[in-house]
Design a protein around this ligand. Structure first.
Ligand code: AMP
Length: 316
C-alpha cells in the first residue's frame, strides 16, 4: 500500500563535531521519503521556492517517490540551520527561515486523497490539520512535531492529537508537550489526548512504543528497541524522520497493524534512522540496498536476543 507524506522540503546547513554542510537537501518530508521508499511507493506533498535545486530530488523519483504534489512557488525555500555539539542527541537550532512555507496551503492532488497511510511530518500543525481535512478515510494517520511548534502552536497541536492514530516525537518533545518529566507519564498524557500509539525516540538510546490497550481501559503496552550502536555518527539530522519513514514504510508495505508488526516496524525504523546518520543529508539513505537493510535488521535482532543467538549473531 502507498504512504503519503506532507512536510518540509528544506535546505539545511548543519555543523557537527565531524564537519559542516551548507545548503544541502533536507526537510522532514525528504528524509521520510528517502527512508520509506525502499519499502513502498511514497507520495510527497510539500513546497519549495525558486531557489531549490529540484534536480537533487531526482534520485527520490527514481526510487518510486511521486513528487507531483511538490509545489514550486515564487520566493525562498524553507531553510534550517542547526548545530550538534558532542551530545549528538540534541540539535541546537541556529536559524529557521520559513520562506514559502509561511503561506503554504497544500492542495492534495485528487489522486492522492485516498492514500491509506498518511504521515504528517514535522510542519506547522495548522498545515497538518488542513491536509487531514482533505484525506478520505485513511487507514492509519501518524504525525510528528518538534519544540518549535509545541511552543508556538500548542492549541492546534492538541486538536491534531485528537485526530491521529499515532504520534512520533523525541523524549524532550514528549516532556515539553505533556509537562511531565517521567516518560511513561508523558506517554500516558499523550495517549489520553487521542492517539492509540505514541513512539518516543531517545536518540542513541533507542525508542519506545506505547500502545493503549483497547480491551483494558487505561492500560498501556510498552515495547522498547535499542538504537544501533554505530561507531561513527556523522550527522544526526533526519534520524527521526528516517525512523518514521522506515516505520510507516514497513506498515504500509505489509498492511498489517497487529501489535507484533508494529514492534517490527519500530526495529525497521531504528535501522533506517541508523543509516541516515552515517552521512550528511540523505546521502547514505540513497545508496543503501535491500541487502544492507536486511543485514542491519538482523543485527538488531541479535542485539537483543536472549536465546538462540551467539554474541556474534551466528546463532550457535
Ligand atoms: P529530525 O529528523 O528531527 O532530525 O529532522 C531534521 C529535519 O527537520 C531537517 O532536515 C530540517 O530541515 C527539518 N526542520 C527543522 N525545523 C523544522 C520546522 N520548524 N518545521 C519543519 N521542518 C523542520
Amino acid at each position: 500500500m502507498t504512504v503519503l507524506v506532507v512536510g518540509s522540503v528544506a535546505l539545511d546547513s548543519v555543523e557537527t563535531p565531524f564537519g559542516a554542510a551548507d545548503g544541502v537537501i533536507g526537510g522532514s518530508a525528504t528524509f521520510f521519503a528517502s527512508a520509506a521508499s525502499p519499502f513502498t511507493p511514497v507520495r510527497l506533498v510539500g513546497i519549495v521556492g525558486e531557489d531549490y535545486p529540484v534536480e537533487k530530488l531526482e534520485p527520490l523519483a527514481a526510487r518510486g517517490v511521486d513528487l507531483s504534489g511538490l509545489e514550486r512557488a515564487p520566493g525562498a525555500s524553507f531553510r534550517w540551520a542547526g548545530r550538534y555539539s558532542h551530545d549528538l542527541n540534541t540539535a541546537e537550532t541556529l536559524d529557521t527561515q520559513l520562506g514559502v512555507f509561511a503561506q503554504f496551503h497544500p492542495k492534495i492532488p485528487e489522486s492522492f486523497r485516498r492514500t491509506p497511510f498518511v504521515f504528517l511530518a514535522n510542519i506547522d500543525p495548522r498545515v497538518q490539520l488542513d491536509v487531514l481535512d482533505q484525506m478520505e478515510s485513511p487507514r492509519l494517520v501518524a504525525c510528528d512535531t518538534m519544540n518549535f511548534w509545541i511552543a508556538s502552536r500548542r492549541a492546534e497541536l492538541l486538536t491534531l492529537l485528537g485526530r491521529v492514530d499515532l504520534v512520533t516525537l523525541n523524549d524532550g518533545e514528549a516532556r515539553q508537550l505533556s509537562e511531565r518529566v517521567n516518560l511513561v507519564h508523558a506517554a500516558r498524557w499523550i495517549l489520553d489526548r487521542g492517539p492509540r500509539h505514541v513512539v518516543i525516540k531517545k536518540g542513541e538510546h533507542g525508542a519506545f512504543l506505547f500502545t493503549r490497550r483497547a480491551e483494558s481501559g487505561a492500560d498501556v503496552a510498552i515495547f522498547f528497541a535499542p538504537a544501533y550502536p554505530l561507531e561513527e555518527i556523522f550527522d544526526p539530522t533526519g534520524a527521526g524522520d528516517s525512523f518514521a519513514g522506515g516505520f510507516m514504510g514497513h506498515l504500509a508495505a505489509t498492511g498489517d497493524l497487529s501489535p507484533a508488526n508494529l514492534r517490527r516496524a519500530v526495529v525497521i525504523g531504528s535501522a533506517m534512522g541508523s543509516f541516515a546518520v552515517e552521512r550528511f543529508s540523505n546521502e547514505r539513505l540513497l545508496e543503501i540496498t535491500p541487502a544492507d537493510i536486511a543485514r542491519r535488521v538482523a543485527e538488531f535482532r541479535s542485539l537483543v536476543a536472549l536465546e538462540d543467538a551467539a554474541p556474534d549473531g551466528s546463532g550457535s
